[in-house]
Design a protein around this ligand. Structure first.
Ligand code: F6P
Length: 510
């Protein structure tokens, strides 16, 4: 049943009326158990949700909503490999990429065997490159999910990255990016990874061709040794002369592909064992999501809280603040995960929805954000829930820095909630501003894997309740088609049929 037709939705609407006067300070003062009740441990991640405008009674209604919209049946269908990506008639099985070898029978035994038959040579290749001192620079060319995941993970796991190799990521068709990276590189020392699920993405293909031309102009001859394709379209890669290829499958969405061959730069950076740890951490979260009861299931609790914030409290944004500089690309990664998955205005049957879906997601690492946009979070006219992500242990020895960092994360969440009175006005903080606090003990391949899988599943939960298909991305297609048309017109100067603004811009740029 569509979520807004369920009895739980009606009950939540009534419940939301009590929240006009909800105050976090009063809620804590009147309930000594609040912090405990609204916290949830999960593999590698502890979550404190108690500084949100929510309470146990509301959570119970949200769990009713999950039951009445068939969340667990939908989740189980995903884990059975059913084609829940209905607009593309595909299964959604990124989770299978982190499933231990031989651990599933039935219809999933064969795809799982294929996963491991691909993973093993990929990891062996990663080890071979790690041992190859001639390769000093690895350049990943890919965009969207073929860039953000590996880039985010290589940065996040910098403490585990081997010495002696540099990792570069080229995504934009803007030639400044490629030229900037190629400057200072030598053909014989460079390995290019051409990462594209479809091997048709214009940005990646353009960058790949230019990289190939640069390689040959530099006197490079062994294309097979210096260019590797990571793709589901092995035939297209081979047609470009790339004989070293690592494949994956159409049931892995681009923004869910970090765990597949798209993760090769991560495997080269942290090694085969590290990559296996990343998969194991994610698998632990998969198991938690599959087996924990709704009320103790962290992805479920977070995803339902997202629905509550978006549809009943009318918060349209979520700001992510990782308090670890190595997680600086995490907000960009989560932006694609949430907004490309759940930025949909129709249900799975194609009917327009009368309620909001994906929030606007954005953020920067703390403490930097505090000295930039946190002003608006504390004193602006809109309420923006903030998701703090902190890591308890540092790997450096500057103890005072780490304590200061963590103190700031806690203090910001506290300041948002507590506020400050000032009759004069300008120094008045209303307080009562919501936040969630995610805490990792340490940032390792396993904890990063769990954190990312948690985020994938919470996006699944809200998307499922909203009744949308979180696994297609038709919204990016129109721009691609029009760019092709405008590109041709830039060469020809033909402006026939264009609106006046587009015509004028085109003419200015020719
Ligand atoms: O344009 C959107 C998109 O299809 C993303 O979903 C995807 O991650 C990205 O482009 C890159 O696609 P590909 O890996 O096929 O090059």
């Amino acid at each position: 049943m569509r979520c807004d037709h369920t009895p739980a939705w009606q009950a939540l609407q009534t419940q939301a009326q009590h929240f006009h006067a909800f105050d976090l300070r009063t809620a804590f003062a009147s309930d000594a158990q609040r912090a405990g009740t609204l916290s949830q441990p999960a593999p590698h991640v502890f979550a404190d949700m108690s500084k949100n405008h929510v309470d146990a009674a509301t959570e119970a209604l949200l769990q009713d909503l999950a039951r009445q919209t068939g969340l667990t049946a939908h989740r189980d269908a995903m884990f059975r490999g059913e084609p829940i990506n209905t607009t593309e008639n595909r299964a959604v099985m990124h989770w299978l990429l982190r499933q231990p070898e031989g651990s599933l029978g039935g219809a999933l035994a064969e795809p799982l065997a294929l996963v491991h038959a691909t993973l093993k040579p990929m990891l062996a290749y990663a080890e071979q490159i790690r041992a190859d001192a001639q390769i000093t620079d690895v350049v990943n060319i890919g965009i969207g999910g073929s860039d953000l995941g590996p880039q985010m993970a290589v940065l996040a796991l910098q403490d585990f990255v081997m010495a002696g190799k540099r990792f570069h990521f080229v995504s934009n068709v803007d030639g400044h990016e490629l030229v900037g990276v190629l400057q200072g590189l030598k053909a014989e020392n460079t390995l290019f990874l051409i990462a594209s699920k479809t091997f048709t993405t214009i940005e990646t293909m353009t960058n790949a061709r230019s990289a190939l031309a640069w390689f040959q102009a530099q006197g490079g001859t062994e294309v097979a040794r210096h260019f590797v394709a990571l793709t589901t379209n092995v035939a297209a890669a081979q047609a470009m002369g790339m004989t070293t290829t690592f494949g994956f499958w159409d049931w892995v969405g681009g923004r869910y592909s970090l765990w597949s061959a798209i993760g090769l730069p991560v495997a080269i950076a942290i090694g085969a064992a590290g990559f296996m740890d990343l998969l194991a951490g994610a698998h632990a979260m998969d198991q938690h999501f599959q087996t924990a009861p709704l009320e103790a299931n962290l992805p479920v609790r977070l995803g339902l809280l997202d629905v509550w914030c978006r549809n009943f409290l009318n918060f349209t944004n979520r700001s992510v603040a990782p308090y670890h500089s190595a997680l600086r690309r995490l907000p960009a990664y989560l932006q694609q995960l949430e907004m490309e998955s759940n930025g949909k205005r129709v249900d799975r049957q194609g009917q327009a929805l009368p309620y909001g879906t994906s929030p606007v997601l954005w953020g920067e690492p703390g403490t930097n954000g505090q000295h930039a946009y946190f002003q608006m979070l504390h004193q602006g006219t809109d309420t923006v829930p903030v998701e703090f992500i902190a890591v308890k242990k540092a790997t450096h020895h500057l103890k005072d820095h780490q304590e200061l960092l963590l103190a700031n994360a806690i203090a910001q969440a506290q300041a948002l909630m507590l506020g400050q009175s000032d009759a004069g006005g300008h120094q008045h903080f209303t307080g009562n501003r919501p936040s969630t606090f995610l805490l990792l003990d340490e940032l390792t391949p396993a904890s990063l894997g769990a954190l990312i899988a948690l985020q994938e599943h919470r996006v699944f939960v809200s998307g499922s309740v909203w009744g949308i298909n979180s696994f297609d991305q038709w919204g990016v297609e129109l721009g691609k088609v029009l760019a092709k048309d405008i590109h041709a017109r830039m060469a020809s100067g033909d402006v026939a049929g264009l609106d006046a603004s587009t015509t004028a811009l085109l003419q200015r740029m020719r």
